[in-house]
Design a protein around this ligand. Structure first.
Ligand SMILES: NC(=O)c1ccc[n+]([C@@H]2O[C@H](COP(=O)([O-])OP(=O)(O)OC[C@H]3O[C@@H](n4cnc5c(N)ncnc54)[C@H](OP(=O)(O)O)[C@@H]3O)[C@@H](O)[C@H]2O)c1
Length: 350
């Protein structure tokens, strides 16, 4: 087992690439050594901002960098599959931004490539690595609110329409379901699983709808109901042009739980609170302390898996990702969101 810090390369130089580069500075287990951009200029600029980082004018060039152990894929969604597969084949461990791919069929190809190459692969749902999420799952697992009946979860923000922007453009996998809908879906699946003493559970039925952009056909906002085997329901909503409450409520036979900052946990630093309302008792505020940033937790969880020689990261396993993608496929099918070029992707029941 190696104790050397994991040497990271980042593909893409946009918003989340900067956030992750900053997070790596706060971790002891990894350091950024390299960045790849479609254009050399952007790579040089990014490298200059980060200090002592090698710029590559092309993603393939970064994958050929022998001093890179792991890559973080921070491109728009449609490029994830191609570069995650190429990275695995180049022998790099892969932390890929969510959604892992546009659909489950492509995610299966990525997982197969990681398995064949013997590298670690994780879909970067960072909130899964934060202690608040583990505390919430533990409350459900321990029956804090009795038998679960309904989960309500939303993640939506307002962005004015920008032609060609990745949040809206069909060609860039635009729309809320893939950008932020995966958060409430993944949390509902996590808690449905926790209620049964499992890592996650997949819904047996998904119904959904969306408001689509008239030209792009991508979802501006969307909602879905997930039904699980034991009768538990989840109502999830998302949007890229509709600000939502962005909270999680978990209703059980003995009370309910409220999480006010389920996705970003106040940036991950300091203390966040889970509200527990048990029937017949005064409300409780459960404090969860965090000693690093949200993305720092993710980088540490990933590095721990690599160090241990584990291909999967416990917080977001491959089967968990595949189940999440299948649920998003089903939601998109209900809502009529189809990306040009993916007409042959396998669609159907969860
Ligand atoms: N986990 C989180 O909290 C979180 C937050 C935001 C976004 N994300 C995910 O991260 C990914 C990137 O999101 P972002 O907000 O960082 O996007 P962004 O700001 O637009 O940056 C994306 C980068 O990808 C590269 N790229 C490659 N092909 C591209 C294309 N055809 N068009 C535009 N850019 C292209 C560009 O870098 P170069 O030109 O340098 O190659 C660009 O700077 C998405 O999949 C998103 O879901 C995750």
């Amino acid at each position: 087992m190696s104790t050397r810090p994991l040497r990271w390369g980042i593909l893409g130089t946009g918003t989340i690439a900067h956030t992750f580069a900053q997070a790596l500075r706060e971790t002891a287990t990894g350091r950024l050594v390299s960045v790849g951009s479609r254009g050399r200029e952007a790579a040089v600029r990014f490298a200059g901002e980060c200090g002592a980082v090698r710029p590559h004018g092309g993603y393939a060039e970064l994958l050929a960098d022998a001093e890179v152990d792991a890559v973080y894929i921070a491109t728009p969604h449609p490029a994830h599959a191609e570069w995650a597969i190429a990275a695995a084949r180049a022998g790099k461990h892969v932390l890929c931004e969510k959604p892992l791919t546009l659909n489950r069929a492509d995610s299966e190809r990525v997982v197969a490539a990681a398995r064949a190459a013997g590298v670690t692969l994780m879909e970067a749902y960072m909130y899964r690595c934060h202690p608040q999420t583990e505390r919430l799952a533990a409350l459900v697992r321990d029956g804090a609110v009795g038998r679960l009946g309904l989960i309500e979860a939303s993640f939506g923000f307002h962005c004015d329409f920008i032609p060609g922007h990745r949040l809206f453009a069909n060609a860039l996998g635009g729309g809320g379901i893939l950008d932020v809908g995966g958060y409430p879906v993944s949390l509902a699946r996590l808690l449905a699983g926790a209620a049964q003493g499992r890592a996650f559970a997949d819904p047996v039925a998904v119904t959904g709808a969306a408001c689509l952009h008239p030209e792009e056909g991508t979802d501006l906002h969307a909602a879905a109901t997930l039904r699980f085997e034991d009768g538990m329901l989840a109502q999830v909503a998302c949007g890229v042009s509709l600000e939502l409450e962005n909270v999680v409520r978990v209703h059980g036979s003995e009370g309910w739980i409220l999480v006010r900052e389920p996705w970003f946990a106040a940036g991950g630093h300091g203390v966040t609170r889970i509200e527990l309302h048990r029937r017949g008792r005064p409300p409780e505020s459960i404090e969860v302390a965090a000693d690093r940033g949200l993305y720092g937790y993710e980088a540490e969880a990933f590095a721990a898996a690599v160090r241990a020689g584990r291909p999967e990261v416990l917080e977001m396993s491959w089967s968990d990702t595949l189940g999440n993608m299948a649920t998003l496929d089903a939601w998109r099918a209900e809502a009529g969101v189809l990306y040009r070029g993916e007409a042959n992707a396998r669609r159907g029941p969860v």
